[in-house]
Design a protein around this ligand. Sequence first.
Ligand code: C2E
Ligand code: CA
Ligand code: CA
Ligand code: CA
Length: 276
Amino acid sequence: SKDSGGGAYHSYEPQLHMAAEERRVLEIALRSAVENGEMHLNYQPVVLADSGTLRGFEALLRWTHPEFGVVSPAKFVPLAEDARLIPAIGEWVLRTACQEAAKWDSDIRVAVNVSPEQLHSPAFATMVAQALAQSGLPAERLELEVTESVFMREGTQAIHVLEKVLELGVKLSLDDFGTGYSSLGYLAHTRFSTIKIDRSFVQGASKGTKEAIAIIRAVVALADSLGMATTAEGVETEEEHHMVQRLGCTKVQGYYFGRPLPVQEARALAIRASSG
Ligand code: C2E
Ligand code: CA
Ligand code: CA
Ligand code: CA
């Protein structure tokens, strides 16, 4: 891959052509990864595009296997989804993020990624309610990130589960917007707070690609008229920041503002942001 993100860039790319044997070995290891304590969360800052003020953190799952070392979520999350390990791993992520964020002594939000399969189950909303109650995290400090594929694969069941989650007071954001399913109908009936614009458009726009600029403009206009915010994802440079700011994105996230951080560092930033 290209050099745009420094040395770590290629480790974030999905491994689409994993060998069958590698998949099998990783899948077996993944089955016991949570109980063996091999998983933890990192937290990446999300800041206001204009002022740079911290608005929240996105929880990102990390797996360190004793033998294979650090395995990228771009590699193991799709594998866990295929092997039906996601409901359990996803529950661990949600409970851990709520517990950790509840200890920040701050009103800073935490965003948690949710796989489509998690929204199969009507029990998902109950689990979210429990995670909030047990951690003491106020519902409005939790945001769930779902992708458009949810509306393609799970249709009405997912919409129903998302409605129950919204009733708890939890926020929703629409992740990787523009990279998947291309219908906009669901925006009319599901209340998203934020649309996250995929890094591919951010990169394109800052290179001057007309189509990428037009798409970001259109998404910002759409979000504005629906009362939603926009987050530009994967902002790596000052030029990319200025471009998405000019195009009207509300919030930004990316290596230029901060890498995914260990929980103690995120907590320190959250406390500092809250005390002014
Ligand atoms: P995502 O939800 O789109 O998360 C953003 C990804 O972009 C993260 O990769 C983040 O580290 C990376 N990123 C942030 N800023 C930059 C930047 O400036 N440049 C570049 N090149 N990349 C940047 P990560 O942590 O490797 O996660 C990859 C994907 O794995 C996530 O994409 C998400 O789809 C999935 N994932 C991660 N954690 C979880 C989780 O707890 N549950 C589920 N279901 N999926 C997760
Ligand atoms: Ca995300
Ligand atoms: Ca994303
Ligand atoms: Ca992405």
